[in-house]
Design a protein around this ligand. Structure first.
Ligand SMILES: Cc1ncc(COP(=O)(O)O)c(C=O)c1O
Length: 355
């Protein structure tokens, strides 16, 4: 019988949640709220939906493999050149492509723990080693991450803001890291939630990219732009890095609907601002209510809140039965996406008796 290599068979698979409709059927409930995947509770921009409708008639055609219009729009809005951009089937695919492009079996990639679960999975699938460095005070400990860099280290991941904690690293911290790193380590700065950040000290990764550093900045249309279902994200790096990654990118990796909707969403700054406001109001409400319940949540710069609970599996389960879907994180924490006002209130009412 065919066998996968040991470095593949030893990977713990990502377990997808059941569809909400199926859960409701099994539990005999209706009208549940999904606060589990850090999606935009407002939905996509109406302009993205219009662009989708306008594209449906040409679904018989392959998409534009070069992403000409979307890259043009991104290039103008970010002031980067088109050959400094790469589109991915979600930023998730770009993590995979970067790993396959720059890591050989036996190489090492440094990352924080806990952080986005896909980094170690992707690195291990390449036969490389994921070197995980514990967070300090819920934030990436960039000094400790630089300490474990060896001649075998080819990549270093920073989720900024971090998932699941919602914390950021500052300008000064990233500057110090970049000054310490030897040449030949690709720093992947994953900014899936950067649009939500309010802290003026937030690191400016584009500055390091413009200074010619080995940096890949990843962003996505899945979060504040509300297009998670379409799967589209982008990366920014020097043209030499993008050129190598493009060799491994499937020719039609982003579909035509996603490209059209993303370009329209990018132009809808009103929807972006409304989405930030909804998040900000929800954040304040949840802070007040969680504080009143004595929950020591981690202050967030993103659209989700990480909080310690005694037994996350049983609280998760009890919330589920009340129609509130959150994400358990290890035995002692929950991660809750900030939702619409009534969704946040549902969550608070449901968790109150469980604490
Ligand atoms: C830190 C981080 N990076 C990347 C992603 C993947 O996003 P995408 O939908 O663009 O693949 C997520 C999604 O949860 C995330 O939290």
């Amino acid at each position: 019988m065919i066998k996968a290599p040991e470095y593949v068979s030893s990977i713990k698979p990502y377990v997808p949640g059941k569809p909400v409709e199926e859960l409701e059927r099994e539990l005999g409930i209706k009208g549940s709220v999904k606060l589990a995947s850090n999606e935009n509770p407002l939905g996509p921009s109406p302009r993205a939906i219009e662009a989708l409708s306008a594209s449906l008639g040409s679904l018989n055609r392959y998409p534009d493999g070069g992403g000409y219009y979307l890259k043009g729009a991104l290039s103008r809005s970010l002031d980067v050149k088109e050959d400094e951009l790469i589109l991915g089937n979600g930023s998730n695919e770009l993590i995979d492509i970067a790993v396959r492009t720059f890591l050989s079996p036996g190489d090492e990639a440094v990352m924080a723990f806990p952080s986005f679960v896909v980094y170690p999975m992707s690195v291990k699938a390449q036969g490389a080693k994921a070197v995980e460095v514990p967070l300090m005070d819920m934030r990436h400990d960039l000094e400790a991450m630089a300490d474990v860099v060896t001649p075998k280290t080819k990549m270093l991941f920073i989720a900024n803001p971090n998932n699941p904690t919602g914390t950021i690293n500052t300008k000064g911290e990233i500057d110090r890291l970049m000054a310490r790193l030897p040449d030949g380590v690709l720093v992947v700065v994953d900014e899936a939630y950067f649009e939500y950040v309010r802290n003026p000290d937030y690191a400016d990764s584009l500055r390091h990219f413009r200074a010619g550093r080995d940096m890949l900045i990843l962003r996505t249309f899945s979060k504040i732009y509300g297009l998670a279902g379409l799967r589209i994200g982008y990366g920014i790096a020097r043209p030499e890095i993008i050129r190598e990654m493009n060799k491994l990118r499937p020719p039609f990796n982003t579909n035509s609907l996603a490209q059209a909707a993303a370009a329209a969403a990018l132009a809808d700054t009103g929807h972006l601002e409304r989405s930030k406001d909804v998040n900000e109001n929800g954040r304040r409400y949840l802070y007040t209510e969680l504080s009143a319940l004595g929950v020591r949540y981690t202050p967030t710069e993103a659209n989700f809140i990480y909080m310690p609970v005694k037994d996350s599996a049983s609280i998760y389960d009890a919330l589920l039965r009340k129609g509130v879907i959150v994400r358990p994180m290890g035995p002692g924490h929950l991660r809750v996406t900030i939702g619409l006002p009534d969704e946040n209130a549902r969550f608070i009412e449901a968790i109150k008796p469980l604490l």
